[in-house]
Design a protein around this ligand. Structure first.
Ligand SMILES: Nc1nc2c(ncn2[C@@H]2O[C@H](COP(=O)(O)OP(=O)(O)OP(=O)(O)O)[C@@H](O)[C@H]2O)c(=O)[nH]1
Ligand SMILES: [Mg+2]
Ligand SMILES: [Zn+2]
Length: 300
């Protein structure tokens, strides 16, 4: 049996990229998948057999590390969060929500700040302050001022290549944050339209489009328009603090097991906030999301 990864799904065919020779094999799913209710997804690591490049059979799907629904992709390794300083304005609330979404799905986050070139000095300093805080938590926090580097493309490629090698990468961020702009720097061959909001293109365009992974800096890139919808339906209240690494690291010091770090006495997280070991804004953002989860209507 050969092994590879599904990099495209279209009209009942699964296109599998072989890890060793990088050939693309056109395959069809084995009938048994339909009986099992298993739908192969782009990103799946699979076993297959093929006599030639056009007629292969997909035989088995390896266990998934994670799975996104819209668009349907499996095994996402890395999520680049693109956040602009202004237009739209930078917000830690929004950034932390994106971080929770990625952490919950076991996707490694990278934060990239755009539009520093049009930020005033005060705003730029504020971003520097956040950079220190997020880096201490363990998140890469990339700030490239496009006005201050000579060879912008080289600088951006150099910064990202170590993160992308052999990884399946998605981009997320608000409309207008600069996702397409960053991608164009990373690979101008994609030739994406910038400055045009996805909304103006109409939703239907995205839903009918097929899912395909594209090679990018030694890894694979998935264009994921639907991923920005910020819903936390599947996260349990007790799971939320696992999405805040600096809280998770201290949870064993709380008096109660399963402490939500909300109103409980002898809470190590509240103490760490008081001692400024955990940033207060992060804790507040945590409480805000927690409240939303607690107030959400039960599912029947
Ligand atoms: N000055 C400046 N402008 C930028 C930067 N990054 C993006 N822009 C501009 O911001 C606008 C929006 O950028 P896009 O890359 O289209 O944003 P997007 O995230 O792809 O937006 P959607 O496709 O709507 O989700 C465009 O006019 C870009 O030229 C930057 O670093 N500096
Ligand atoms: Mg775009
Ligand atoms: Zn606690």
């Amino acid at each position: 049996m050969q092994e590879g990864q599904i990099t495209k799904a279209l009209s009942g065919f699964y296109y599998i990229t072989d890890g060793t020779d990088k050939e693309v094999y056109q395959t069809r799913g084995r009938g048994v998948f339909r009986l099992d209710g298993v739908t192969p997804l782009v990103g799946d690591y699979v076993g297959f057999k093929s006599g030639n490049l056009e007629e292969g059979t997909l035989l088995e799907i390896k266990p998934r590390k994670n799975e996104l629904v819209r668009p349907p992709i499996a095994n996402v390794d890395t999520g680049v969060i693109i956040a602009s300083v202004i237009d739209p304005v930078f917000s830690t609330q929004l950034l932390d929500r994106f971080l929770v979404m990625l952490e919950y799905r076991n996707i490694a986050p990278i934060i990239y700040i755009s539009k520093l070139d049009i930020a005033d000095e005060e705003t730029a300093q504020e971003i520097e302050k956040y950079k220190g805080i997020y880096e201490e938590i363990g998140y890469p926090f990339i700030t490239i001022d496009v006005d201050k580097v000579d060879d912008l493309k080289a600088e951006i490629v150099h910064t990202f290549e170590d993160y992308f090698e052999d990884k399946l990468v998605v981009f997320i961020g608000q409309s207008g944050a600069g996702k397409s702009t960053l991608l164009n720097y990373l690979n101008p061959a994609f030739d994406l339209k910038t400055g045009e909001t996805s909304k103006s293109l109409g939703r239907g365009r995205h839903t009918t489009r097929h899912v395909e992974l594209l090679p990018l800096l030694g890894g694979l890139f998935a264009d994921t328009p639907g991923f920005s919808a910020l819903k936390f339906e599947d996260i349990e209240v007790e799971e939320l603090s696992s999405c805040f690494p600096e809280m998770w690291a201290r949870k064993d010091d709380c008096r109660f097991r399963g402490c939500l770090h909300q109103n409980e006495p002898n809470c190590a997280i509240k103490k760490a906030v008081d001692e400024e070991k955990i940033a207060e804004f992060r804790y507040k953002n945590y409480l805000q999301i927690l409240k939303e989860l607690q107030e959400r209507k039960p599912k029947y």
